[in-house]
Write a protein that binds this ligand. Structure first.
Ligand SMILES: Nc1ncnc2c1ncn2[C@@H]1O[C@H](COP(=O)(O)OP(=O)(O)O)[C@@H](O)[C@H]1O
Ligand SMILES: [Mg+2]
Length: 288
């Protein structure tokens, strides 16, 4: 499996907004975390990969073929969970999945089997006959993930899959995604580091429509080695530290306040101790 994004540029507003700029990436099977703040261009990229939008420049190839010319044979391989919850409030969960299965052209027997299996996987068997309008945010996200999986896609695109979920649900969804990722290209767009930190084969950091880093998490962290520090301070020192450094975490205990900072050369005589970087630190160093 191979998805190639070649020199893709996408503009809106008659060319006035460049949402994606000369984007290049080669993806093979595994989980890819597309990480960046709101407005970075993640959803635009997802819409291009799912062929809902056409690039202004460049092309996207799947197994060497331009996706815009593959039509049905591409859609059959694609599962897509969009960011916007345009969801049918009056449908029950089960009816919604039957409807999506019909749109995807699944045969009835296969659809029945898949729908039961997926309802169970996303933990909605019990609520399958309730209307979507009565679902919580987390339940809606889960039914949307289920519909994306109906056709056993080779290419699974999830746009902000944990939006609106509580921490327990986030972990559940993340674990679930990592168990279904075998022999698939899974692309997760998110601004939440923890959604992708431990499950991604590669992380793609996006800023202002540009790909700024594409690498294995371990390599990205290795480059930050030595730049993350902790220091114990008193409360009165906090404002100065915050104005001077990128602060990735603050915790207080009986001894005082532990501050975690990201900086390659702290200009301060304080007693900093170097700690192991995590992806939150990396995110902060690029985006604060
Ligand atoms: N349909 C649209 N029309 C005009 N501008 C858009 C449209 N969709 C997105 N944009 C703009 O393109 C940029 C990237 O947006 P988007 O791809 O939604 O980013 P993200 O998903 O990372 O938040 C933003 O500046 C956004 O305002
Ligand atoms: Mg988005």
């Amino acid at each position: 499996m191979e998805l190639s994004i070649n020199n893709v540029t996408k503009r809106y507003n008659k060319g006035k907004t460049t949402a994606l700029s000369n984007y290049n990436a080669e993806l093979t099977s595994g989980i890819y975390g597309i990480l960046g703040p709101n407005g970075a261009g993640k959803s635009t990229l997802m819409n291009l990969i799912t062929d809902q939008l056409k690039p202004d420049e460049g092309e996207i190839l799947y197994q060497g073929q331009n996706i815009s010319r593959m039509g049905k044979s591409y859609r059959e391989r694609l599962g897509y969970m969009p960011q916007q919850q345009g969801i049918y409030q009056d449908f029950t969960g089960r009816r919604f999945l039957w409807y999506m299965a019909a749109l995807k052209g699944l045969p009835t027997a296969k659809a029945r089997e898949k729908i039961d299996e997926l309802l169970s996987i996303v933990n909605l068997s019990k609520d399958a006959d309730r209307k979507l309008g009565t679902y919580s945010g987390g339940m809606k996200q889960r039914i949307l993930i289920a519909q994306a999986l109906l056709n056993d896609p080779e290419l699974l695109i999830l746009d902000e899959p944990t939006a609106g979920l509580d921490p327990k649900e986030r972990i559940r969804i993340r674990n679930f995604i990592s168990t279904i990722a075998m022999n698939k290209i899974v692309i997760i767009a998110t601004h939440v580091v923890s959604d992708i930190e431990y499950i991604s084969k590669e992380v793609l950091l996006m800023k202002d429509g540009c790909l700024i880093v594409k690498d294995k998490p371990a390599n990205i962290l290795a480059k930050m080695e030595g730049n993350v520090r902790e220091v114990l301070i008193s409360e009165s020192e906090l404002p100065e530290i915050q104005s001077r450094y990128k602060v990735s975490n603050i915790t207080s205990d009986a001894d005082g306040i532990w501050v975690r900072i990201v900086d390659d050369k702290p200009q301060n005589k304080m007693n900093f101790r170097t700690v192991k970087p995590n992806l939150e630190d990396v995110y902060l160093s690029y985006f604060q």
